[in-house]
Design a protein around this ligand. Structure first.
Ligand SMILES: [Zn+2]
Length: 277
């Protein structure tokens, strides 16, 4: 088709064919919960991951991986987009005993020396008793001294126990506690000024039908600077769903006042982890 005819075709048909772009579809997203773990490497190379993010409108992402080399692969491919944090799992087996394993702690201390990491995590703590080990005490010390954010998958108990070790700690609470209610989340945010939370896995709770739940809306309006978006690509199949996962979040973001939606979409994460350079 001659170029002039193609242009005419576009002018005639695009306004009819293409849906109007609303503000929510253009909001840049900072995805604060990405894993690029070994199982995904063969199916999605770093360029394929970036292509998915471009399609989803994700301009920046917090990434950790099992093993950590996955996070470094993405960071090397696009250091302006990816913020690496160090996961203390050399393999999936470390998930069970890492909090009391001196070998894992030595691995963490050694890797942190590269100076590229903005945090440690995502790691799992089953309950507050797991916080009472010499290894976690040292991890907290490393985090405060190095201004590193801890990305923690746990319920409210370990959040209290970690802040009891050092109130200067910065915590990104994974999945807003997975099962925590808006009232529980609000109480923790009221109490700890350096607690943030990301909302991976929570879109069905926040917006179960076509409407944002009133309790969640009230929470976002009360703490507009403390929430971030997350997808959690914890297993390879999550990458196939990546664009719809982001779209799920956009559906409820679009129901908030624009300034609050912008904070949650990207500004809160940029304040904590830095913007795109
Ligand atoms: Zn998690």
């Amino acid at each position: 088709m001659p170029r002039s005819f193609a242009a005419l075709f576009a002018v005639l048909y695009l306004p009819i064919e293409a849906p109007a772009i609303s503000a929510d579809e253009t909001l840049p997203i900072f995805d604060a919960h990405v894993h690029y773990s070994e199982g995904a490497w063969l199916s999605y190379d770093p360029r394929a991951v970036i292509e998915l993010m471009d399609r989803a409108g994700v301009t920046r992402a917090l990434v950790s991986s099992t093993p950590d080399d996955g996070a470094l692969m993405l960071y090397k491919q696009d250091p302006r987009r990816f913020v690496p944090i160090l996961r203390p799992y050399r393999s999936a087996a470390d998930i069970h005993g890492w909090h009391q394993d001196p070998v894992v702690l030595a691995y963490v201390e050694n890797r942190l020396q590269t100076g590229i990491y903005r945090g440690i995590g995502e790691f799992h703590l089953l309950d507050e008793s797991q916080v009472g080990t010499p290894q976690i005490a040292r991890l907290v010390e490393l985090a405060v001294d190095g201004d590193l954010v801890l990305h923690v998958h746990c319920d409210a108990g370990p959040v209290h126990a970690l802040f009891a070790l050092n109130p200067k700690l910065k915590i990104l609470w994974a999945h807003a506690g997975v099962f925590a209610s808006p009232a529980e989340i609000g109480a923790l945010l009221d109490r700890y000024a350096t607690l943030w939370t990301e909302l991976s896995l929570r879109a069905p709770d926040i917006d179960p039908g076509a409407d944002l739940e009133p309790e969640w809306r009230a929470l976002f309006l009360r703490h507009p600077t403390r929430f971030m978006i997350g997808t959690d690509t914890w297993t390879t199949s999550r990458w196939a769903e990546y664009v719809p996962l982001v779209q799920q979040h956009r559906a409820w973001l679009a129901q908030l006042p624009e300034a609050v939606a912008r904070n949650i979409a990207h500004r809160n994460a940029e304040r904590v982890f830095g913007g795109r350079k």
